[in-house]
Ligand binder design. Sequence first.
Ligand code: ZN
Length: 493
Amino acid sequence: MPEANSLHIYNSLTRKKELFTPLNPPFVGLYVCGPTVYSDVHLGNVRSFLTFDVVYRYLTFLGYNVRYVRNITDVGHLLDDNDEGEDKIEKRARLEKIEPMEIVQKYTNGFHSTVNQFNLIPPSIEPTATGHIVEQIEMVQRILKNGLAYEINGSVYFDVKKYAEEHNYGELSGRKLDELLEQTREELEGGDEKRFFADFAIWKKASDDTIMKWDSPWGTGVPGWHLECSVMSTKYLGQEFDIHGGGMDLKFPHHECEIAQSVGADGITPVKYWMHGNMLTVNGTKMSKSLGNSFLPEELIAGDHPLLEKGYSPMVVRFFFLQANYKSTVDFSNEALQAAEKGLKRLMEAIDTLKKLAPTDKSSIQIDALIEKSNDSMNDDFNTPMTIAHLFDGVKMINSVNDGNDSINTSDLERLQNHYNTFVFDILGLQSENSESSNDDLSGELMELIINLRNQSKENKDWGTADLIRDELKKLKISIKDSKDTSTWNYEE
Ligand code: ZN
């Protein structure tokens, strides 16, 4: 059982920072909207998933038993938020002339390998929409039974007007129905089959040439996109669960509709804390394909884009994202990324130094405040930029001890090492970049192999090969020194 904590979370629903009190401690349910797997994962998505990776890591650090569910949308996400247009995956399948399920597999694999590069921990459960069609049909039936949906021409729509008579539709996004009406009046003149402009499809009739479709009491069709998250979150986390996360762009209509569906089907408000991550911009402008300023994670890593001066490693990008609050926009620029690169290097060097520090009898530095401040900043709605700032205050202390200007005793040294390992590697999820130590091990083993081969040549009186090895190593600035029985090697200065 975790000790009482002082974690506060900004709840998008109440628009306040609230003390985190899980519904059934030590269990915590965390649901995050996953990708629609019809194209390569966008950098903005990576940032959003990274935010909840840190949430998951920190809750685990606090001692909670977190069940983390992140779905894969593999059907039902239409091109248009207004329940029109083709399914995104089917459209892509048609363009690439392959099966929709091949598209799903291809981009699911791609998504996994990308988030893996950024050191995201996989969720506890990764359910798919196509794997939960039965449950989705059942939820539509419950909503219909409660009189909050209607069937028309083989599709079923959620009756927002009826729902709004007793419930606050718009409570999450802050949108008001009458304001929405003004905004969308023009869009309505297209002979829509919905009764009311804000109604949304929970089941959509499939056309004859649709490949992915299922039988239902209303004919052949596909579930509405918003429905899968309502079904899968409550199936695995309970009808009411702790945290639901996603990108800011999902707040409306997706998350607003999720609340309405759960309340409409079961009369239960599904989520206690709603969390939303903010967007990415590039040199101050919104990142978008049409503006030509959007790049894929792979392009960013390789530096393969006209806007990029060079490539940046996944850990530099991870560190760069964590230097901003998840609720703020992050602006990409070469300058900012290069600063992050330098900062990360400094932090990792300090951790290497920390490993080698020699303790003395007394400490001249105060580490209690440092540790407390790092905890406080994470407890303040996962404030990673502030936490990183405190870690850099500690870097100054580490370097000062290393330079002989300060001292640290054995127990403080252990606590400080423990603190950096926990915060940098476990909670912030950073990794040592060039993992120097493992490179050193490998170099040592390779050199032993080469020296053995050379000794073998000498024993065989093959002086030509022995000299060739020595001369070639010299070109790599590695010198070999022969003594009577052994040979040693060195990097030349
Ligand atoms: Zn969702």
